[in-house]
Design a binder for this molecule. Structure first.
Ligand SMILES: O=c1ccn([C@@H]2O[C@H](COP(=O)(O)O)[C@@H](O)[C@H]2O)c(=O)[nH]1
Length: 313
């Protein structure tokens, strides 16, 4: 069985980029042709939305799979639409994996240990997509209930060659409300980082990184560099690039000297590139996939200017 971080790093090296495409569909922003097609096939609103999300994400996967290592579907946008949305998410994960992509399901789960175990078993398929119903390679996890609640995720991830990313320093404006709280001179996020690094070290693969990673926002570049140094064996998932205002310079501190150790997410900036300059001027609304492709290539080039080339050459 191959270790999660080793598989992810191989994918990053193969595609020569740490760019991660988020799949965050919004019904009101979908291309008209996709909405029309879903309306012709379904009757209820939930089925129409779910059908449209599925086609939209399938087509994004077709565009980005040749050039990026991984995708991150955001479960919330699918769960909002009930069973139809969840069924679409499941098929999207399957499609992304068949396209050779590493799939990180962003569902931010967490609960008391015995319940966390059910989340872990349900989401974390790791290397064998048949081993969990949601068939993800990796899941985002909320550590608020305590370090004992991370254990079931660690155990299942280790058994199945899967991974988790634990929320350490999130990208939102209010991240500091709880995460910056200090006890004995240590911030809460530094305390969580310490626990995560221990788990990363314990689950280390053939390379430098563990199966347990951390979510750290690109919108806090100083903390990002600090956490890279504090967590040398922890792979980072870095949201906040693009629509939330962070640029390639802000994420430079996330990488190790070989250019590994982090993947950088953009969701709206890629999914809905057609709605924004310069793509809205370059392409007509029906050419939205070309806009997705151009935005992905631009992100890859942008990141390359600030990523140590090292292992990505
Ligand atoms: O700290 C966090 C943790 C998760 N996210 C998620 O990432 C994407 C970001 O979307 P953009 O459109 O690129 O802003 C979204 O799914 C968030 O829920 C985050 O932004 N910050």
């Amino acid at each position: 069985m191959h270790h999660f971080s080793d598989r992810l790093n191989a994918a990053i090296q193969n595609k020569k980029t740490p760019a991660l495409v988020g799949l965050d569909p919004r019904f009101d922003w979908l291309p008209a042709e996709i909405v029309r097609s879903a309306e012709s096939r379904h009757t209820t609103k939930a089925e129409i939305v779910a059908g449209a999300f599925e086609e939209f994400c399938f087509r994004i996967i077709d565009v980005v799979a040749p050039v990026v290592p991984a995708v991150k579907p955001q479960a919330a946008f699918f769960e909002e639409w009930g069973p139809a949305g969840c069924a679409a998410l499941q098929r999207i994960i399957k499609k992304a994996r068949s396209a050779g992509l590493v799939v990180i399901c962003d569902a931010k789960r967490g609960d008391i240990g015995s319940t966390a175990e059910a989340y872990a078993r349900g989401y974390l398929a790791g290397e064998n997509p048949e081993s969990a119903i949601w068939a993800a390679d990796c899941l985002t996890v909320n550590p608020y209930l305590g370090s004992d609640t991370l254990e079931p995720f660690v155990n299942v991830a280790t058994e199945r060659g899967a991974g988790i990313y634990v929320l350490v320093r999130t990208s939102n404006p209010g991240a500091g409300t709880f995460q910056d709280r200090k006890t004995d001179g240590t911030n809460l996020y530094e305390c969580v980082a310490g626990v995560v690094e221990e788990l990363a070290l314990k689950t280390k693969g053939a390379g430098n990184y563990g199966a347990i990673g951390a979510v750290v926002g690109a919108t806090y570049p100083e903390e990002l560099s600090q956490l890279r140094a504090l967590m040398p064996h922890t792979p980072l998932l870095v949201p906040g690039y693009g629509s939330q205002g962070a640029g390639a310079g802000d994420v430079a501190g996330a990488f190790d000297e070989g250019g590994l150790g982090a993947i950088i997410n953009s969701s709206r900036g890629i999914n809905f590139a057609i709605r924004k300059s310069p793509y809205s001027e370059k392409f007509s609304p029906t050419e939205w996939e070309q806009a997705v492709e151009a935005a992905t290539h631009d992100m890859i080039s942008d990141l390359a200017t600030h990523t140590p080339a090292g292992n990505l050459e």
